[in-house]
Design a binder for this molecule. Structure first.
Ligand SMILES: Nc1ncnc2c1ncn2[C@@H]1O[C@H](COP(=O)(O)OP(=O)(O)O)[C@@H](O)[C@H]1O
Length: 192
């Protein structure tokens, strides 16, 4: 069943604390803005943004079960649990909320990690997640500045900050983010 925008907002906001819903509202606003700025469909960007963190607060065991039982990306299970909600969110968007647009589903699926060959919509939601107005982490203003130059510049700055932080903390890095970052760097190099 397809949900109206209002029903979707009601259903998704009920699944997370107020603070995380406030973040989602920021990602919605920024996704719409970036879509208008960079020539994507603002409505589809907003739908992906509404749903991007739908599974963020689901119990880890439930997420693991969904990934295993539905043969989603099993590779994720040997990486940080923080990465799982995007894959589960994409599945739930289709299964429970009737989203059929593969680009919206993939924008949810890759909003944390990124991937090679990201679509315009995937780039927008991923970057909006870094720079929505409520975000306040060292280096966020630099990413906001770069986002005004291009989506690719903004995302490279975002991925670089994530990778640097993970290196600093000696954490395992889910490799898709490195591939996404390299892909975007090459695109930017080719433009010069
Ligand atoms: N490639 C990666 N490998 C390992 N951890 C990552 C990777 N990318 C992001 N993370 C971590 O996953 C967590 C969740 O990211 P994100 O979905 O953006 O969460 P939040 O919205 O809570 O910041 C963050 O702590 C981030 O450092």
């Amino acid at each position: 069943m397809a949900y109206s925008r209002e029903a979707l907002i009601e259903a998704v906001s009920a699944q997370m604390p107020d603070k995380r819903w406030k973040h989602t509202l920021g990602v919605m606003e920024t996704s719409i803005q970036l879509a208008k700025q960079y020539g994507a469909d603002p409505e589809r960007a907003e739908t992906a943004a509404i749903l991007h963190d739908v599974a963020k607060y689901w119990p880890v065991e439930r997420m693991k079960e969904i990934i295993e039982q539905n043969q989603l990306n099993l590779d994720l299970l040997v990486y940080d649990k923080q990465m799982w909600h995007s894959e589960v969110g994409a599945f739930v968007a289709e299964k429970d909320y009737g989203i059929t647009d593969p680009d919206i589903i993939n924008a949810i699926r890759f909003h944390t990690s990124g991937r090679e060959d990201m679509s315009l919509l995937e780039k927008i939601v991923c970057l909006a997640d870094y720079i929505e107005p409520g975000r306040d982490f060292p280096g966020v203003d630099k990413i906001r500045e770069k986002a005004q130059v291009s989506l690719e510049e903004g995302l490279v700055a975002g991925f670089d900050s994530t990778i640097s932080l993970l290196l600093e903390k000696r954490r395992v890095i889910f490799p898709l983010t490195v591939l996404a970052r390299n892909d975007l760097v090459r695109i930017l190099e080719d433009k010069i």
